[in-house]
Design a binder for this molecule. Structure first.
Ligand code: CAP
Ligand code: MG
Length: 420
């Protein structure tokens, strides 16, 4: 029967149009399948084909993708696939992902498949809101001039602290020298620390900390929930005077992130994106969706800050922090950048190596590395601040520690080692 078959999705002479979305996959074809056969099946299933030959003709517009480049061999191939613009609903990230990272992740034609990278065409990018503030939060919210990262902390233990104790820990950290207090990813509206009480209490302590230090302090409350509840929480946060909210963007889902982004623009507040569960997609090197692509999606959907790891220095496995951060700052048809957040097992002794790797246009976030300080939260925050101020002033960690007993105590406690 004439019609669409898998062969129609492979054309090694095809040159992508500038309106095509080009995706690069790493593919391990299944037994008995060569790279070309696997590549054509991936292009087919992710656009408009299926296992059976299909009739075409009147009333059909061809939205087929084309596998146009194959590198490597039949065990491990890198494949470029071009998707025509008309395949996608403009500005609908869930729909795009149902194509390029949908059924193909489970196809029997491949043993493993990983979406490594995307080249986003201009019209596709422009259909998304993109970030409102990006790295300009450093100046716009905090008025930080010069070469120092935003410093953030998350109270620990991550859940279980009462509202009052949580807010007091935040106060100690602010006064000690951090800029931003953030909730942990699994703290939302539990009975031991309800959302609205925490919001009001924390902002009251924030005001005290600002009065005491003369610096701008801010609080990121975690609004993560179903979409309607998130919108209510965003409204409340804005009404009470927050500059930011935090969303667990992977567990929440990108459609909800897009909706929250719109509401945040109504209020002029920024989004801090926590990436809890990203490793379910990106940890296995041969399968899933790379953190690079998740970061691209986050930028299109409009988050302002995004966790991208610690360049190998922290407690969690992370992939290519520096390359991802470069992408988040790269020119994307004039789209605002995203401020990378380094977090997970950081402490003051790691600051010089971290900032050497990431640069200073980042947010440095430490939980245990502040609250686990032998002299408590305030001293822990002072130690982290001394480490970044020392770095900005061109001092070695040792020299900075000579001027700061808190930093000296932190280095004595944790050295410059990566925790596990
Ligand atoms: C860090 C953290 C963050 C992780 C997330 C935690 O605490 O609060 O959620 O950094 O990882 O719960 O682990 P510590 P990533 O500073 O005490 O490690 O940034 O890689 O997404
Ligand atoms: Mg956390």
């Amino acid at each position: 029967m004439a019609g669409i078959t898998y062969e129609d999705f492979l054309d090694l002479s095809y040159e992508p149009d500038e309106s095509d979305l080009v995706c690069t996959f790493r593919i391990a074809p299944a037994e008995g399948m060569d790279a070309e056969a696997a590549a054509s099946r991936v292009a087919s299933e992710s656009s408009n084909g299926t296992w059976a030959a299909l009739p075409t003709g009147e009333g059909f517009t061809d939205m087929g993708a084309t596998a146009f480049a194959i590198r490597g061999d039949d065990d491990d191939a890198e494949v470029d696939v071009a998707y025509p613009a008309g395949l996608f609903e403009p500005g609908n990230m869930p729909q795009i992902l149902s194509c390029i990272a949908g059924n193909i992740m489970g196809m029997k034609a491949v043993d493993t498949i990983r979406l490594l990278d995307c080249e986003w065409p201009e019209a596709t990018v422009e259909a998304f809101a993109g970030p409102q503030f990006g790295s300009s939060v450093r100046e716009e919210i905090f008025g930080i001039e010069g070469d120092r990262p935003i410093l953030a902390t998350v109270p620990k233990p991550k859940v279980g602290l009462s509202t009052e104790r949580h807010a007091e820990v935040g106060y100690e950290a602010w006064v000690g020298g951090v800029d931003l207090l953030k909730d942990d990813e699994n703290l939302t509206d539990q009975s031991f620390n309800p959302y609205h009480d925490r919001l009001v209490e924390s902002l009251s302590f924030r005001d005290d900390a600002e009065d005491e230090t003369g610096e701008t302090k801010s609080y990121l409350i975690n609004v993560t929930a179903d979409t309607n509840t998130m919108l209510e929480r965003v409204d409340l946060a804005a009404e009470e005077g927050c500059e930011y909210v935090m969303v667990d963007v992977i567990t929440t889902g990108w459609g909800a992130v897009q909706t929250v982004r719109e509401r945040c623009e109504d209020h002029g507040i920024a989004i801090h994106a926590h990436r809890a569960m990203h490793a379910a997609f990106d940890r296995l090197p041969d399968h899933g969706v790379s953190m690079r692509v998740l970061a691209q999606i986050a930028r299109l959907c409009g988050v302002d800050q995004l966790h991208t790891g610690t360049a190998g220095l922290g407690k969690l496995a992370n992939e290519d922090t520096v390359g991802i951060n470069d992408w988040l700052r790269s020119d994307l048809y004039g789209t605002t950048d995203v401020l990378p957040v380094a977090s997970g097992g950081l402490h003051p002794g790691l600051v010089p190596d971290l900032l050497d790797a990431t640069g200073t246009n980042v947010c440095v976030q430490a939980g245990g590395g502040i609250h686990g300080h032998p002299d408590g939260t305030r001293a822990g925050a002072a130690a982290l601040r001394a480490a970044v101020d020392g770095y900005a002033a061109g001092k070695s960690l040792e020299a900075a520690a000579e001027d700061s007993p808190e930093l000296a105590a932190a280095v004595e406690e944790w050295g410059t080692e990566t925790p596990r």
